[in-house]
Design a protein around this ligand. Structure first.
Ligand code: URA
Ligand code: SF4
Length: 188
């Protein structure tokens, strides 16, 4: 356990100093991720937003408040999960990260997954789903389902912020996290 904590901290230090892609230029803080080294669940979003960039922590803005509530729906406290993103630095104006940026950052995420070896990897939103599971998958079809891929067990979820932008997305978002709760309790 001690070794894993140190390895995770080493990855975090590398991220904080990283200049491998253009996103290094606009950032205030890189956002390596947060959570216990022995977490049962990893949550992987898209990229830091404004608040995350300012504070150096993932999901601390509006999307983060939604995430905290949605995790409660699944019977989880956010402190139980390791939370990070597919890119660790904020894209300018919150644009989508470019494929070369996602590729440049990938080693850090793979290193974190290898350290934590979570039972479930939850992707939050389409970019994380298509990057980590299947580039052609549709988020609404796979929301809240179990997908075995690359030796990992994924549960893709609609992004917690989806309902903030589009009220019609609130129900599917909540449903996905409810299904995650059922999966964790072993009732699916
Ligand atoms: N949205 C994300 O995908 N990640 C964050 O850290 C914050 C908002
Ligand atoms: Fe490095 Fe990732 Fe930040 Fe790009 S987004 S500078 S690869 S940590």
């Amino acid at each position: 356990m001690q070794g894993v904590i140190q390895l995770l901290e080493k990855i975090a230090e590398q991220v904080r100093e990283c200049r491998r892609c253009a996103l290094a230029e606009g950032r205030t803080n890189a956002v390596p991720g947060v959570g216990p080294a022995d977490a049962r669940i990893m949550l992987i979003g898209e990229a830091p937003g404004e608040q995350e960039d300012l504070q150096g922590e993932p999901f601390v803005g509006n999307a983060g408040q939604m995430l905290t509530q949605l995790l409660a729906t699944a019977g989880l406290d956010r402190s139980e999960a390791f939370i990070t993103n597919i890119v660790k630095c904020r894209p300018p104006g919150n644009r989508d990260p470019h494929p070369d940026e996602v590729g440049a950052c990938r080693e850090y995420l793979d290193g974190q997954i290898a350290c934590i070896r979570p039972e479930f990897v939850c992707t939050l939103g389409r970019p994380a789903l298509q990057t980590l599971i299947d580039p052609t998958a549709g988020i609404m079809r796979v929301n809240g389902t179990v997908i075995e891929r690359h030796g990992l067990t994924f549960v893709p979820l609609v992004h917690p912020a989806a309902g903030l932008h589009n009220p019609a997305m609130r129900e599917p978002t909540t449903e996905g996290f409810q299904r995650l709760g059922e999966i964790l309790r072993g009732t699916i």
